[in-house]
Design a protein around this ligand. Structure first.
Ligand SMILES: [Zn+2]
Length: 124
């Protein structure tokens, strides 16, 4: 007798609110199954239907991740284009450089102010 397929059966013992194990294995195949035909670890699943569904789910998730990345990229680029940069990395590098210059300038102005305040106090 050939070895029977092992299905994905993602029951982790349930939660306090929901202790019931799922009625179906991942692919929805009905029928009585032995414990050794069920696994909650994809590495041991051999059922072709379960694996095909898994592939589709992963492909969907990959596509969603890619769409999300594209959306975030577009949002970031919409911010950097008015700054004169189509390349987001270049824009960030420029902003970091500008920030350093602005901070240095701020520190110089503070020093000038402090010097002026000291000089002013001496006059009083
Ligand atoms: Zn299956």
């Amino acid at each position: 007798m050939s070895k029977r397929a092992i299905h994905m059966y993602s029951w982790d013992g349930g939660t306090e609110a929901d202790q019931d194990p799922p009625e179906h294995v991942h692919c929805g195949t009905d029928g009585a199954m032995e414990d050794e035909q069920l696994s909650n670890d994809w590495r041991y699943v051999t059922c072709k239907r379960c694996l095909r569904i898994r592939m589709k789910e992963l492909a969907t998730r990959t596509a969603e991740d890619r769409d999300q990345k594209v959306k975030l990229f577009d949002e970031a680029q919409a911010l950097t284009i008015p700054l004169g940069h189509r390349n987001i990395s270049t824009a960030i590098k420029c902003l970091i450089r500008d920030l350093g210059q602005v901070r240095a300038e701020r520190d110089r102005l503070r020093d000038d102010r402090d010097s002026l305040l000291e000089a002013g106090a001496d006059l009083l």
